[in-house]
Design a protein around this ligand. Sequence first.
Ligand code: SF4
Length: 376
Amino acid sequence: MVDLKSFDSFGEVLNHYESFDFGDYLKNVSDEDVQKSLKKEKLNQFDFLNLLSKKAQNYLEEMAQISKKHKIRHFGNVIQLYLPIYVSNYCSSDCEYCGFSKKNKIKRKHLSEEELHVEAKAIAQSGIRHILLLTGEAKKIANLDYIKMAVRALKQYFSSISIEIYPLQTDEYRQLKELGVDGLTIYQEVYDREIYKQVHTSGEKTNYDYRLDAPQRGAKANLRALNIGVLFGLGDIYKEAFLSGVHAKFLMDKYKHIEVSLSLPRINNAEGDFKVKHTLDDKSFVQFMLAYRLYMPMCGINISTREKASFRDNLIDIGATKFSAGSKTDVGGYSNIDKSTAQFDISDTRSVEEIVSMIKNKGLQPIFKDWEIIYE
Ligand code: SF4
């Protein structure tokens, strides 16, 4: 077990685990190991691994009960709602699993300032006040000035703006923060360096280390919230779940003032013919979400519309804290402006209204706004 606080960067933590045999550890986890971990108030990294193991699949009910208690204690009986807004789908990178890859002949679109307002108004009409701004990695087209323009426009409609764009330098994150960005979402996609290299074949996204350090640069720029995760389907699910969880814990331990959350995206259909080699089935998805919650009771857990409606509904009161609703993954998708190709297919196609009603029927409270920067 390692003391995460003793490392300066998550790259150092990864080096520490480089020779660790995850397969060997996981296959030797016993019922007794899982039961001991479940009795602990504070879990260490081995307890987390025990709960990720196949053996722990026999204890999902117990894990769900503990997870539910943690969730209510730290977050209340609420679900935060947000929506993604894709402002540009140009990309200068090739990622084998993504519909926006440079090599794909798709319909590209880049919103003008005027179109941004139209799209933002269409989203705001649904009541959503937390927005996630996304672009492809096309630094020349969707450059920092363009992102700043988009943030200024979105600020007029939304109380919280997070970004999911190409990684930036600390000072660039700071500049966006000054304009009103308060959150950063950035997924490492896959922590296994070799697989990372195989699936990111050209463009700036090939730079593994620069991406890995981005959440820390966001933290140093004093952003309020960080959301990280892996794209399940690329690497060994157990190792990837463990490393993403430990990455979140590293950030939580190091930057106590920052709200850290995790997402569990699974690969959905996109342009191209990517074949998933490491499937995360529904049961393991639930298990991993619960293991994250038990290892990090105060970590947010974000469940997107990549997942089917019925599946999402079952996660809502056992661990999830954030839900997207009525999402579109194409540029201009909410206002139907000259529609472009979507990044991937979404599974839960319900409207914001329908999601709100489902949340209320479960006895929970949907939250549209819990944050706003007040400038003096
Ligand atoms: S994942 Fe991002 S960088 Fe890779 S192709 Fe898609 S939009 Fe471009």
